[in-house]
Design a protein around this ligand. Sequence first.
Ligand code: 1GP
Length: 234
Amino acid sequence: MEDGTLTTELMNWKHIFKLDPAKEISDEDLDAICESGTDAVIVGGTDNITLDNVLDLLSRIRRNYTVPCILEISEEDALTPGFDYYFIPMVLNSKEKKWMMDVQHQAIKEYIDMMEYSEIYFEGYCILNEDAKAFIHTNSYLPDADDVKAYAYMAEHVFHLPIFYMEYSGKYGNPALVEEVSDVLENTLLFYGGGIETPEQAIEMKQHADVIIVGNSIYTNIKQALKTVAAVKN
Ligand code: 1GP
């Protein structure tokens, strides 16, 4: 079984695009994303995730591209083999144990045999945008700076998670807080995602985060979104 130790590949990543299987993307845009030089693409979202739309996106990516492909599991029914990596969020600032422990427990119980053959990483998620669908869906509360740092500490030292993910989904976050959190973490990787639309924003967050994740701007301004790759990789 995967022991949570990070592969060298993952440790060198700087940039990831997150594709939402519930949103339409043209072949041309998908080509631009997969050939952009990004380190990986995550397939993941909160609403309307179905096995059909996950499989559709996976096959369109797999058919033509070699970019590493990750399924971020939010919907157990949409689980399918064929991805290079599986990321499983544990929402640290949810008010319900369900989102921190129980959905993961159920998934492991059901898929324990398959887990032996897959690269699976658990992510300590901290959702920091009150208006984000994921925040509402997981009944999270808004932590202050000290709370967030304590969650980062717990992710690394209590749960030994490979990834701590500051999730501002849909909103550009606070770079000063990302910096403070990066000071707490030594071995656990810091992922930042939320509201990155420009190369400047990508650079600002990448100064402190190990990996930045760009999602929504793929669908709103792909030209700018593509520029975030070179911004953090060069
Ligand atoms: C969402 O963190 C990612 O899960 C990226 O956020 O969609 O705001 O870019 P955006």
